[in-house]
Ligand binder design. Sequence first.
Ligand code: ATP
Length: 416
Amino acid sequence: VQIELVTIGDELILGFTVDTNAAHIARTLAAEGFTIARRTTVGDDRDAIAQVIREALVRCDGVITTGGLGPTSDDVSAAAAAELFRRPLVLDEATFDRIRERWAQRGFGPVPDNLANQAMVPAGATLLVNSHGAAPGIWMEDPRGRWLAMLPGVPREMRGMLADVLVPRLRELQASRGGASVVVASRTVRTTGVAESRIAERVAGVNLSTNASLAFLPSWEGVDLRVTMRNVSPEAAERGLAESVQALRALVRDVAYGEDDDDLAAIVLDLLRARGWKAAVAESCTGGMLGMRLTATPGSSEVFVGGTIAYDNRVKVAALGVSEATLASDGAVSDAVALQMARGARERLGANVAFGITGVAGPDGGTPAKPVGTVSLAVDIAGESDSRTVRLIGDRDEIRRRATQAALMMAWRRLS
Ligand code: ATP
């Protein structure tokens, strides 16, 4: 099934809102084996919306739109569909009742007049249930079986409706029209701590399954290796991906901490939990980012006890017991200070494992010997500690994120 995607909204055209809906729909449908032939964005203009959809329907089997189904005067998607299919806009009583009920339940007071807008739909349209918000989606078909599906713009509502309503509907449609089931599927091996070109060197000779392609995706978290298989049966995709991922992992075992959406902080927490250990942090340049990463994972309280943000040297000394002499001799950004920070946090906070992070995040504060991006990291596990000083690249934000990830990686290597 060939599909075109139209995202609607002035905010998108102006770049104030990033079009994450299009990316999400494209990914989701590709995984289901539907081809997105083209993506278009159009402003909140009824005629322009109708024209874009009309043109798209000439080329493909169906069009999905997002946005413009809300209650305000700039929400004109339903009117555009009505114009396109030459139907009047009519009030759907059941929808209006539901919208009024939602409003009352929330205790918002008298119902504003414009709420009725969200219940105005093209006569004869099929309404797609929205269990995540007020406005229903709209489904219309022309006499030749070409269809239009309109979803709301709010990403949470759109994602919910895509999964609950639209994907099942498209699967049914595909089956009823006798389409073969082929998918695009991918799996990702997550690595960190090794540069993209090095990783590429290491996996250069990898034996991937037929039809599999490999992409390198670098970010502050590391380099993700994504294997994708296109236009194959779901079974062949699963088999091919499993083989390819196994072959890749064999070449990068020491730096491959997980797959797909795995988060390094969550993995480290699991390793600690399995040993019944507690963890603490002592952070300078990352200002609590490591604590944030660890506590972002549900259930972290079983493992994470807390930490110290020791930004000023006085805090490193008073709260963590870092020696003034070491600060003077080695400087605040040094293996020795990172080690003392980790030890201080472990001992004073009653943890088995502690991290120490101290560095120059920039943009100022660098010296020839310790330029911006120099970060000293230490991990103390039950009194056995190790440290390293690394040069990280990027702006302030990236350096802080990379430092956090590098500290987690040090722990992962020792625990796994
Ligand atoms: P509402 O009922 O909230 O008015 P709607 O269907 O009218 O929903 P819009 O008004 O077009 O949707 O957009 C609502 C919000 O959803 C926007 O403020 C924007 O933050 C977000 N949004 C809209 N389209 C997109 C998109 N393509 N990608 C990401 N976010 C989007």
